[in-house]
Design a protein around this ligand. Structure first.
Ligand code: ZN
Length: 281
């Protein structure tokens, strides 16, 4: 599933090619991609509007349209938002929506599993998009200081589950939660409220550094994720624990293990990320 670095990469690859483009018309091939609108009214509302900016919050892409509308896209499991400079290219399977631009290019929403969603709302009014409205702090913003993280992790739940909770911190999913905890040397099952101040500071640094490195590598492609140009990412070659079960830890050589945390597959190094629940220090 695309996480913050993947969605940010899509944003960065689309911004230079779609800002300034006017949507001539759009077509919806899968009605449920629009949870809150009929395709006829949606397409009528976006037609003849110009894209003035491309933003991101957590895993949501936000296209600012002229005359005060925001087009919000959530890629969910397998969504791909790809710019095609020409219309002649063959239409791939699993296309949920297409936006044709006046200059002849188009933006395609391709989504094999069909969980992806598109919303059209008044500028900055996200009250109807629950996941966006309740989103926690943005980890790469200047407001995200270690004390913000410290407030967010005060929970009896396993730290892995807390990191996946989008209301506590925006944008982390299964890949980066595992990678961040490995870099910080914290056991994924340790309750958030038991983290020491120094652990929270290391965790904070690890979140920022792992996300920035993954963005620099254009994200992680395990299967479906593609950039806005249709290319794969490269961070899958730098993963330390995610899907590395049975391989030696890059820091200590002990074999990476897989457990369940919060119902999700979780990968960690039993030596670098030690925690004894019986021991209280
Ligand atoms: Zn290790």
């Amino acid at each position: 599933m695309p996480e913050l670095p993947e969605v940010e990469t899509v944003r960065r690859t689309l911004e230079p090619v779609v800002v300034g483009q006017t949507i001539e018309r759009c077509e919806i091939y899968y009605e449920r991609v629009l949870p809150h609108a009929r395709s006829s009214e949606f397409c009528g509302s976006v037609a003849n509007r110009t894209i003035t900016g491309v933003g991101r919050r957590g895993k949501y892409l936000i296209f600012a349209l002229d005359r005060e509308l925001d087009l919000v896209v959530h890629l969910r499991m397998t969504g791909q938002l790809i710019y095609q400079p020409t219309r002649e290219l063959p239409l791939p399977k699993h296309v949920s929506a297409r936006f044709w631009f006046l200059d002849n290019g188009e933006l395609r929403f391709v989504d094999q599993r069909k969980f992806g969603t598109i919303y059209l709302v008044a500028r900055d009014d996200y009250s109807e998009i629950h996941g966006l409205y309740t989103l926690g702090p943005e980890p790469l913003s200047s407001e995200f200081i270690w004390k913000v993280l410290a407030a967010g992790v005060q929970s009896m739940r396993a730290i892995k589950a807390v990191l996946l909770d989008q209301t506590k911190i925006a944008g982390l999913g299964n890949i980066y939660a595992d990678e961040v905890l490995h870099r910080a040397g914290i056991h994924p099952l340790k309750p958030g409220c038991l983290l020491t101040e120094s652990e929270i500071k290391i965790l904070h640094k690890s979140i920022v550094s792992v996300l920035n490195e993954a963005i620099a590598c254009h994200g992680t492609t395990i299967r479906d994720y593609r950039t806005g140009s249709g290319d794969t990412g490269n961070f899958q070659n730098q993963l330390q624990v995610y899907r590395q079960t049975g391989k030696p830890c890059g820091k200590c050589g002990v074999l990476i293990e897989r457990i369940k945390a919060g119902g999700r597959s979780t990968h960690f190094c039993p030596r670098c990320q030690r925690w004894d629940p019986e021991c209280t220090d």
